[in-house]
Design a protein around this ligand. Sequence first.
Ligand SMILES: [Zn+2]
Length: 233
Amino acid sequence: MSQLDVLWQLQALDLQLDLAQRQLREAQGRLGESDELGLARQAAQETADSLKERQRALRDVEMELASLQEKLDDITDRLYSGRVTNPKELASMQQNQQHLQKRRGELDDVALLAMTEIDDLQNALAERQAHLEEVNARWMRDQQELKRAISEFQAKMTLMMAQRTELASMLDRQTLRLYEELRRTKGGRAVSGLKDGLCQGCRVAVPTAKMQLVRRRAEIVFCGGCGRILYAE
Ligand SMILES: [Zn+2]
């Protein structure tokens, strides 16, 4: 195999490696929590927080109702005990009783509303938790597949790297350095195919005399347009 054939194969391999590296990075970028999972978790958490908040509010109302009921019972006992005879005091107690009854009615309404809201929130929470579980299960499957794909990529790349080392060892040092330098400065493509009289890298026509030189594959010939090494396909 001539140096030019080796260069051509090395170039093809390097392009494959570049692609594999891009695909690997893309796959690695998809590792970790997805937006969908994050949103599902957030929705469930927010609903759970709202539910807790409403339950706490209901407990407060219930406590207030209980203490209010105690006061009412106390007043009722005293009103019917016969011990209070002062009409002014009786009137004041009755007024207080009415006031407490009105407040109890208001708190009953608040408690009823809170219970309805809690009921709705419990239903919403169950739905969101089910959705979260579903998204999470799918995400875990995807991540497993992704991890498998990544190790396959890595194994493939290891093989390619070994091939690359072998090919590179077949080039003399100067040619290899030239190749690496061109790879670096010409967008990853150091060797360009010559086909139908055109450089495939820049589409510039190659003069006939130069084409003949390229076809002989005896020496390195550069494209006059892009400066890449020409290879007759
Ligand atoms: Zn060219």
